[in-house]
Design a protein around this ligand. Structure first.
Ligand code: CTP
Length: 431
């Protein structure tokens, strides 16, 4: 991307040890190795014996450009089991299996990777990958807690497809996501959102008629997830509130899964109270059944259709906008508030007229306006928009990936941060 270099500042190469333990996700570490070496870092790969059954030495050696360190008994004269750890600036273990986490937590040292973990005094990052049951087992959770208490970073596994047909929490995040998380530790990319906490909502809410049926909408969550991923890559701390999204959770993001507008509201109001910016990219259902049935509604035998009474849901963005005004009046710096508007225009008002009116009504700083007349935006990887500002500004973003639109939105948010002194987000509690 053309404007990337302005957002990132480069620093010298880092000596990275990439530990690979024996899980099927070892193949994803090949991509991580490539990202590390291509960004100029000096990487020594230490696969465990089990890892080598998934991906062989030749792959690691070719991509790291050095012999693979897989054995404490080779080159004993150079004492590799001590030297590699001592010389490292960063140790990353990806994937970290349940067994590897247990060994590291117990301080066992029966191969080159575990001896390296004991001798390293640099930052250590584990990216676990295993089946959900193994991840959730109290033994694994205790090992993770021990490692974190000792100062190691243990990345939360992603949710998604596991080894077989099953899915759940335990997936190794994508290599690019792990790489983005390593950014500050690699001393390389310093993102322009570093030190900021941003909250993003994504997806579409569901309002249940009965235990099996709901009113929903076509929002895929792709734009909200792109906002979360780009914010993490630019150094922010990110909370993502996701409504009924089937995408994998982005690595390093705190994700809260919700179904209904009421749940989305609760999570958003709580997270927004300690945020620097809030982006409402979700499509909350505006209405819910007035009296949802506790049991499945049966088809009337007489061929008639039941009528549905609806009641209006709270408008979360408007409520956040109201808090914003209230906090600003009380001298508490409010978070920057960004809304989305899907408009079609009508006979009287153009898409942008309607959007300006919405921006005022909802009290946000920025409104990202999509013209959805053709319905093309839903589920699409691309988007085009106009970003309207409460200051009267208007910024057109031509058709591009939702990731690039997300970056353009963060650029506008950053401009608003810059125009206000950075306040302490912890003070930003709504009254
Ligand atoms: N929004 C919200 N809570 C709702 C409905 C919408 O926070 N109950 C937010 C959306 O996340 C989005 C913005 O409001 O950021 C605009 O949503 P849109 O559906 O376009 O607005 P409506 O209020 O439904 O607009 P209209 O008055 O045109 O119906």
């Amino acid at each position: 991307r053309s404007n990337r270099p302005e957002r990132l500042r480069s620093r010298p190469a880092v000596r990275v040890v990439l530990g690979v333990s024996g899980g099927i996700a070892a193949y994803k570490s090949v991509e991580l190795l490539r990202l590390l070496t291509e960004s100029g870092h000096d990487v020594t790969v230490i696969p465990t014996a089990a890892a080598l059954r998934f991906v062989g030495s030749a792959t690691w050696a070719a991509l790291s450009g050095k012999p693979v360190a897989d054995d404490v008994w080779s080159h004993v004269e150079s004492v590799p089991h001590v030297r590699i750890g001592q010389a490292a600036d960063l140790v990353v273990v990806a994937p970290a299996t349940a067994d590897l986490l247990a060994k590291a937590s117990a301080g066992q040292a029966d191969d080159l990777l575990t001896t390296t973990l004991l001798t390293a005094r640099c930052p250590v990052v584990f990216a676990p990958a295993m089946h959900t049951e193994m991840w959730e087992h109290p033994a694994t959770q205790a090992n993770v807690a021990t490692l974190r208490a000792r100062g190691a970073t243990v990345i939360e596994p992603a949710v998604g497809r596991l080894t077989g047909a099953d899915s759940g929490k335990g997936r190794l995040p994508e290599a690019a996501e792990i790489f983005a998380l390593l950014g500050p530790l690699l001393g390389q990319p310093v993102g322009d959102l570093t030190g900021r906490h941003v909250v993003v909502s994504a997806g579409g809410t569901r309002e249940y008629l009965d235990p099996v049926r709901f009113i929903g909408n076509r929002s895929s969550g792709i734009q909200g997830y792109a906002l979360a991923r780009t914010a993490i890559a630019r150094g922010a701390r990110v909370t993502l509130v996701a409504a009924n999204v089937t995408l994998s959770d982005p690595a390093g993001v705190t994700v809260r899964h919700v179904e209904t507008t009421a749940q989305l509201r609760t999570e958003m109001l709580a997270a927004a109270a300690v945020a620097d910016a809030v982006v409402m990219a979700a499509a909350p259902a505006d209405f819910r059944p007035a009296e949802p049935s506790e049991s499945k509604i049966k088809k009337p035998a007489d061929g008639s259709a039941p009528s549905l009474a609806l009641t209006q849901n709270p408008d979360i963005l408007a409520e956040l906008g109201e808090r914003r005004r209230h906090n600003a009046a009380a001298g508490v710096a409010p978070p920057v508030l960004v809304g989305f508007a899907a408009e079609t225009g009508d006979g009287q008002a153009s898409v942008l007229d309607q959007a300006r009116d919405k921006l005022r009504r909802k009290g946000c700083d920025l409104l990202v306006v999509n013209d959805v007349s053709g319905g093309a935006v839903f589920g699409s990887p691309d988007n085009e928009a106009v970003i309207l500002g409460a200051d009267g500004s208007s910024y057109s973003v031509s058709r591009r990936s939702k990731e690039d639109l997300a970056d353009a939105i963060w650029d506008r948010v950053l401009a608003l941060f810059a125009s206000a002194a950075k306040p302490d987000s912890a003070d930003r509690l709504a009254t």
